[in-house]
Write a protein that binds this ligand. Sequence first.
Ligand code: AMP
Length: 197
Amino acid sequence: MKDEMHLTHLATGDLLRAAVAAGTPLGLEARRFMDAGELVPDEVVIGMIRERLDAGAEDFLLDGFPRTIAQAEALDDMLSDLGAPLDAVLLLSVSRAELVRRLAGRWLCRTCGRSWHEVSNPHRRDEDCLETGKDCDLYQRDDDRAETVANRLDVYDAQTAPLVGYYRERGLLRELDGERSLEDVYAQIEATVAPGR
Ligand code: AMP
């Protein structure tokens, strides 16, 4: 999916949820990790991204990948093969308490993938699905349950937080304030990845 910044949005979580919904062998394997709030094994997600990047090297924004140092190193190799180095890595800083609040009130459309929040960004009745043009098919993610969220945040601290140093050392890290409003965070992202657009 291309967004308003003309970037292809490539989210490993979306790709994995699609594989789970389709009942593919990869989806079946991934599901037990996702339900527990654990990371899906590196080789699975690296394979998924490799397949997608091999299909064409347009401008893209990776979301939720890499999540481990091993994934970051594999990404470096893939991008160096493509001759397309990373422009920037965005770190959206949000406190643990605010993350718990946001995930607990999150609703997504099963078909077009957009998300809303009960308090900060409620879904309006007249908002049609981007894919079907009819009402969005709203649901809450199983892994947004409180117990699973706590584990996801611990997994982030243990396995993903080390990437901050990895990308800071390489001069690629851009730190944004993720606690601001939706519009403000979007504007910060746009100013960082697509200045002047
Ligand atoms: P997300 O939609 O990014 O929150 O991802 C949902 C779940 O998918 C995560 O909790 C993991 O179980 C799995 N997942 C998504 N991206 C990755 C990744 N890069 N590495 C490992 N597991 C991932």
